[in-house]
Design a protein around this ligand. Sequence first.
Ligand code: OSB
Ligand code: MG
Length: 368
Amino acid sequence: MKIKEVTIRHLKMKLKNPFSTSFGTFVDKEFLLLEVTDERGTIGFGESVAFDAPWYNEETLKTNWHMLEDFLIPLILNKEIQHPDELGELFKGIRKNYMAKSAIEGAIWDIYVQQTNQSLAQALGGKKEKIEVGISLGIQETLEKQIEVVDKAIKDGYKRIKLKIKPGWDVEMLRILREKFPDIPMMADANSAYTLEDVGILKQLDEFNLMMIEQPLASDDIIDHAILQKQIKTPICLDESIHSLEDARKAIELGSCGVINIKIGRVGGISEAKKIHDYCEEKGIPVWCGGMLESGIGRAHNIALTSLANFVMPGDTAGSKHYWEQDIIEPEVIVDDGYITVPQESGTGYKANLDAIEGYTIASKTYK
Ligand code: OSB
Ligand code: MG
């Protein structure tokens, strides 16, 4: 394929419910959506998972726009590309900025699978026909409310509950939730809210039979996580710390984690995500697919990726209606009794809803 045109759109979608983590609260989801067209007129969509502020990592939607406009789009316009795996080499001279790179890469995968007439899952080697789905629940204002949202999620069929924690909203909250819901697979995500000085608190979480604790320590750390893992029984899952296959290798060699959360945007795209998946499979490290409150475009890519064999734990890929009044794809992502059916038709299996996209767009620019 030869890329002829790229449109960047800035979308703003209201979340049905605000989502709170240890680092802040999301009310709206603002993000960049890319529409990429090749010389045959095939259109691919990609989503950047960078947020409007640098809370989760250093990228924002504006830094992504800058990287895309000034560096990444010029590198792909009018280039002959045979396979999306080639983008790693094309983008090699540009350090980090993984979410910006991933947004283009996702759109190129979309074009590639349409033109080769296969599903995205199939192109990646994914064999699962349906995937198990979990849900990530934000910090609530009261314990009563936290119990209520967990109860609803279990009734909705979600296979695993992830609770966000932070200092002061951890041991007691988890104890009560565990008493109320003794059997549901449960985990906690701290988004880097603790340090090794909190090891006393983190040790207490071992009582609650959690599947894992996600990213308890600093967002750029793998050393202290290895020290912590020796002192707690609950497996540590790394999210923020892993940006590449190399990071995964180092973390696993150091014993910094027992599980890895793979997010396509955080690692620079689907190709790198698959490499991390394959490496973890070889090393006996289970992986699962994280979420970044994606619209349907990014969610469709997550679903295809999760069809790979070593995604052995439910992902944070809840259904469209958990997040939005109206998603930007058709059909929307439906979770049925805790499962999503992996589309088998050519492409991602979901069509962009152009009217809905238009309605959420607050700025756009086309490059050719
Ligand atoms: O740490 O996994 C995270 C949302 C925003 C930023 C970071 C994280 C999350 C989630 C939400 O946990 C997962 C989702 O529902 O998309
Ligand atoms: Mg996380």
